[in-house]
Design a binder for this molecule. Structure first.
Ligand code: PEP
Length: 250
């Protein structure tokens, strides 16, 4: 029912020379029955849009401002990102929440701005190691989910990415039981808030050290509709096996 989604977050990596990898990723998957989203740095969006125009790869940005324009030096608005070819934007990544002190209220405003600009918002949630060890994971996720997701969310304009902070870029991956528990919880909360129509249509991604070696077992977990991949999305050699594992999953 939900179309699977493989999303790559290049973070602050890549110059124009890296666009060859984006093209290689697109060329390796010409006829996909799933969505493939690449989120390069904003500096590459326009060139990537031109380079990938004849492919089915979707482009996304990694953040946006919550306002459409104004005196916000260095920031980029959702309409600006749409203007250079972005179809989606990541909001609330834990690196933004931690390094830029972004609150869930701000994340909701950014997601709302994305919706208003016609972009799909990939809204990230996740607990820290201390929160998990204190058995607070589901409370943290519940709070982030209810506050970060705007009322305008639909299955078309919103994706939720569960990314335990302790698993991002660390090589540590949540166990399939841990992933399953949180994804089932998010699904139930979405259904309760939005009803089963919208609640069942919003895609849920797992993120946190997804690699070719662990992708298949993660994609076998119920309510995992794909992955948000950081380090392993930077090269075709690493990302393609993950995309293939997602395509092969039932
Ligand atoms: C991420 O940045 O969203 C992420 C999951 O990174 P990594 O795959 O490198 O852990």
């Amino acid at each position: 029912m939900r179309r699977k989604l493989a999303a790559g977050n290049w973070k602050m990596n890549g110059t124009r020379a890296s666009l060859g990898e984006a093209r290689a990723i697109a060329d390796a998957h010409p006829d996909l029955a799933l969505d493939l989203l690449l989120c390069p740095p904003a500096t590459l969006l326009s060139a990537a849009h031109d380079l990938l125009a004849d492919t089915s790869v979707l482009l996304g940005a990694q953040d946006c401002h919550c306002e459409n324009s104004g005196a916000h030096t260095g920031d980029l608005s959702a309409p600006m990102l749409a203007d250079v070819g972005a179809r989606a934007v990541i909001v609330g990544h834990s690196e933004r929440r931690e390094n830029h002190e972004e609150t869930s209220e701000l994340v909701r405003a950014k997601a709302r701005a994305a919706h208003d600009a016609g972009l799909m918002a990939v809204i990230c949630l996740g607990e820290s190691l201390a929160q998990r060890e204190a058995a607070n994971t589901l409370d943290i996720i519940a709070g982030q989910l209810s506050t970060s997701v705007p009322d305008t969310a639909t299955g078309e304009n919103t994706v939720i990415a569960y990314e335990p902070i302790w698993a991002i870029g660390t090589g540590l991956t949540a166990s399939t039981a841990q992933i399953g528990e949180v994804h089932d919880f998010i699904r139930a909360r979405l259904e309760r808030r939005f009803g089963s129509g919208v609640g069942l249509s919003i895609r849920l991604l797992y993120g946190g050290s997804v690699k070719p070696a662990n992708a298949a077992e993660i994609f076998a977990v119920p309510n995992v509709d794909g992955a948000l991949v950081g380090g392993a999305s930077l090269t075709q050699a690493d990302f393609s096996p993950i995309v293939q594992a997602l395509e092969a999953s039932s």
